[in-house]
Design a binder for this molecule. Structure first.
Ligand code: UFG
Length: 329
């Protein structure tokens, strides 16, 4: 079965394409390589790929003509929260307008299932300790709003055109495939775990803690880190269920356990056995203090369970990848 994977040369997209392939599916990747990497495609063993934009309806027509696509997994998006605050136009154009173009092509082609990478950023500031899917969605930055808009559009497209969706609201994706072949490779990198590991590798002088005056036990922000392969697995389970039952689904994807920025730094120091300077900085714009998600629903409905729920394991896989990526051992 052929699955179109947009953004399949990016971090979560390439891990999912890799898992699709290893699970007997045929991923067909569309990526404009603005943030994705050709190397990731090669290392993930992806042979069918197109370089281009999701908003290019002519290219989409060609892909759908050349492959009998059964479902679409849509990963491509701009995902820098800070940048989205300064350049909302870019985020709404790419994440919303271009997604509508992709959706229109899916409707035109009679696609039955659209799996969408949404985010815990759609919830905004948590009103409960652990966020369930029913939690109010009041995003606090344009990135989160762009994801919420697409969620709403998907519900309208289901009603009007019968296009079923699987909306997956990721908490903080982290780690790398245990093979060390693929991993997180953003440029610029803004995410906590890779930046801490860069400090351990000596690729940066220090790690900065953005905000130490939050209302949390140690004053730094708390996040729920989930292994990228566990995310990938959930996409496949969700797609299978949606195709079989012809229904739409919405799930959180987190581990239900939060770690503060200070705790993440300590685990990184433990795994790498390397010490490096830690600097306390002021808050970063658009950061909610605590985001921890419940994955009870996806466990109950799809039987999904994380293979790597342990933060030390997540960070050790990331460490293996970054050492290899930067040729250090
Ligand atoms: N942080 C630091 N120092 C850094 C980098 C990050 O203290 O150098 C802090 C952040 O302020 C935040 C935490 O570490 O409190 C995690 O930050 P990340 O940038 O790693 O990830 P975010 O929590 O910002 O993730 C958000 C959403 C995701 C979304 C992602 C997009 O929670 O859903 O941004 O990049 F996908």
């Amino acid at each position: 079965m052929k699955i179109l994977v947009t953004g399949g040369a990016g971090y979560i997209g390439c891990h999912t394409a890799h898992k699709l392939k290893n699970s007997g599916y045929q991923p067909v990747v569309l990526d404009n390589l603005v943030y994705g990497h050709k190397d990731s495609l090669r290392n993930a063993g992806i042979t069918d790929h197109y370089i281009g934009d999701i908003g290019d309806c002519y290219l989409l027509r060609r892909i759908f003509a050349e492959h009998e696509i059964q479902a679409v997994m849509h990963f491509s998006a701009y995902a820098y929260v800070g940048e989205s605050v300064c350049k909302p136009d870019l985020y709404y154009r790419n994440n919303v307008v271009n997604t509508i173009r992709l959706l229109d092509s899916c409707v035109e082609e009679g696609i039955k299932c659209f799996v969408f990478s949404s985010s815990c950023a759609t919830y905004g500031v948590a009103q409960t300790e652990i966020i369930q899917e029913s939690h109010a969605q009041n995003p606090v930055n344009p990135y989160g709003r762009s994801k919420l808009m697409v969620e709403q559009i998907l519900k309208d497209y289901e009603t009007a055109f019968g296009l079923n969706h699987v909306i997956l609201r990721y908490f903080n994706a982290a780690g790398a495939d245990p093979s060390g072949l693929i991993g997180e490779d953003h440029d610029p990198e803004t995410h906590l775990i890779p930046l801490v590991l860069y400090a351990a590798l000596g690729l940066r002088e220090n790690i900065k803690i953005f905000g130490t005056d939050y209302n949390t036990p140690d004053g730094s922000c708390i996040r729920d880190y989930i292994h990228v392969n566990d995310l990938a697995h959930a996409h496949i389970l969700g797609m299978k269920h949606s195709l079989e039952k012809r229904e739409s689904l919405i799930f959180n994807l987190g581990n239900g356990k939060g770690y503060s920025v200070r705790e993440v730094i300590e685990v990184c120091k433990k795994i790498t056995k390397i010490d490096f300077p830690v600097i306390e900085e002021k808050r970063r714009a658009g950061d909610p203090p605590i985001l921890v998600g419940s994955s009870r629903k996806i466990n109950e409905v799809l039987g999904w369970e994380p293979e790597f729920p342990d933060l030390e394991k997540i960070i050790s896989h990331a460490w293996t990848w970054h050492k290899k990526r930067h040729a250090i051992d």
